[in-house]
Structures are given as C-alpha cells and as structure tokens.
Design a protein around this ligand. Sequence first.
Ligand code: FAQ
Length: 334
Amino acid sequence: MYTQSLDLPGGQQPAAADNTEVSPEQARFDAVMRADGKIEPRDWMPEAYRKTLVRQISQHAHSEIIGMQPEGNWISRAPSLKRKAILLAKVQDEGGHGLYLYSAAETMGVSRDQLVDALHAGKAKYSSIFNYPTPTWADVGVIGWLVDGAAIMNQIPLCRCTYGPYARAMIRICKEESFHQRQGFDALLAMMKGTQAQRDMVQQAVDRWWWPVLMMFGPSDKDSIHSGQSFQWGIKRISNDDLRQKFVDAIVEQARVLGVTLPDPDLKWNAQRKAYDYGAIDWEEFWRVVNGDGPCNKERLATRVKAHEDGAWVREAALAYAAKQAARARRQAA
Ligand code: FAQ
C-alpha cells in the first residue's frame, strides 16, 4: 500500500499502517500511484499533493514569464531580420508556456490572481537562472543552447508526471523547447564561424552562464527537501543531481563541436563512473540568488510588476467586453 503519500508535513493526516483503514478516496489515489496512472482535476487528491503541485507548477509558470526578459531585451537589437523573427517567436513561446502552466495550476483550485500576486509580492519563487544579465548577443545564443537545454533535460521526465494537466502541458512545452535549444546552438555556431571577436564573445558568454545553468537543476540531492515525496508521488522521476550529471555529459560533446571551453578545470571523464566529473558548485551563490540577491532580481520583478500595471486597461477592456457579450446573450435568450 502507498502509505508514504500520507506521511507529510503541512496538515496531512498521519501515515496509516498497512493494516489501517483508509478512506475510499485515499485508497483510489494510492491505487493510481501504484499503477503509475494519472490524477485529473476532478479526482480526490491529498491536500499535500495539491499544494506541492501548485507550488511547483506556479514556480515553473513564473519562471517562463520572468524568463522572457533576458532575451526580450535583445529583440530590438537582433543582428538580422531572420534572427529577430526567430527570437520574437521564441520569447512569445515562453509566454505561452507560462500561460499553459498557470492554467494547469488553476485546475487545482487556485486563481491566476493569487499566483500572480504572490510573484509580485516577492513571495513566490522563479528559476534562479533568470536573474543573470544578457550583456551581449552571444548571451542570447547561450540561453537557447544551455538554459533551454537544461530546461529540456529537467522537463522531459515531467511529461510522465502523475498530474494529467501538468504532464500534458509539458509534452507541448518540451517540443517547443527543442526548437529553442537548436536555434541557440545555431546562432552560436554562426558566431563561432565568424571573426575572433565573435568567438571571444561566445566564450565569454559561456563562461558567464555555465555555473548558473548547473544551479538550475536545484540543490544537491542531500539538500533537496521536496525530492523524496515528489518521487513517491511520481512528480519527479530523476533526481536533481542525476539530471545535472546527464546534462553535463551531453553538453561536453556539444561544446567540442562548437569550439568553446567549459569553464571548469575539474571537468574530466571518469571511466569508472562512465560520466564526467565536474567541479564544486557555489551553493552560497545559488541561495543568494534564489533569496532575492542576484545580479538582476530587483530589476526583473520591477519590470514584471510594471508590465502588469501597464496592462490593467487590457484586462478591464476584456472584462467589460465579456460582460457586454453576456448581457446581449441574456437579452436574446429572454
Ligand atoms: N531556482 O527540494 P528542491 C525554463 C527551490 S523554465 C529557484 O529540490 P523541488 C524555460 C525549490 O523551489 C525553468 N529556486 O525542490 C525557459 C525549493 O524551494 P521552495 C524552471 C529553486 O521542487 C528557458 C528549494 O529550492 N523550470 O528554463 C531552484 O523538488 C529560457 C528546495 O529545492 C521548472 O520550474 C532554482 N533553480 O525541485 C524560459 C521545472 N531549484 O519551493 C525562458 C519544474 C530549487 O520549498 C527562457 N520544476 N529551488 O520554497 C522542477 O522540476 C523542480 O521544482 C526543481 C526543484 C527541480 C526546480
């Protein structure tokens, strides 16, 4: 029996022993977990499962929306019409991902306003990676190659998440992230075939982003507070450290093809582990950025809050139009 699902902090009932009676709803939930099936919005679910998913899905949605800023900053300065069109499409896709994810979170009984208010109040987290600046065009390529690459590595297992709406949103998102990763690699490859100044620009951007990208996967397994329970609920399938390792192993060869050096003197093949060893991550920097003190945290949040306030008239107009349509429909029906 899947008793671990009951053994949680945060208002959960105590774990039932194997021979203890559980409610029919809990028994059904446990059976779905055992069969690795799907929970849908109308199904009963433990409150802690709901809370965990609202937390993770909303953090993910906020990351996509805040994540539009570092690259959006370059739309007006892209080096050609082709690159501008690609970048516009990519940034728009990230906005779309945010919207699917907010919708998935809303199926769990939380409103979009509540989620957005928590972000704007600085109470909700979003990915640490989007608090770093993009001073050159090469940073945009590196975001596509490394940040989207890391996002795909982390998100493919989420396509098998036990919560149906999240899993289905992730399938579409992962397809789009693959295009994003390739366009980033392609932009960097073009620069690497260019002048020495362009190659230097790419290398410097890789130097800036490598370590923050490794941090994206979250704290090491021993410090990951949510992993154990998320594994039991089929939300997480591969641990933070294992995903980070898979990412490093994939990127080493891509970096060689590109002709850039990954800024880690400890990066070397370990024949015994059949994987690359890599240097120590600066977890102090990670927590500093997560807790609001990264290079761009204040700017990112202020930009988002201003965009929301500036867009108030659009929301008001949409509501007024919907009310007008509803009134007309009522008149016609009368
Ligand atoms: N940044 O116990 P764990 C993208 C927090 S989308 C900030 O290991 P969990 C697309 C964590 O929330 C990128 N906070 O937690 C794109 C928790 O704090 P809490 C976003 C972090 O949930 C590309 C605490 O640390 N992707 O890139 C981070 O089991 C280009 C303890 O951690 C997702 O959100 C971090 N990096 O595992 C867009 C994927 N890592 O909540 C635009 C879905 C950890 O207790 C341009 N999320 N924390 O206050 C996940 O897979 C998981 O939530 C993890 C963390 C793996 C992020």
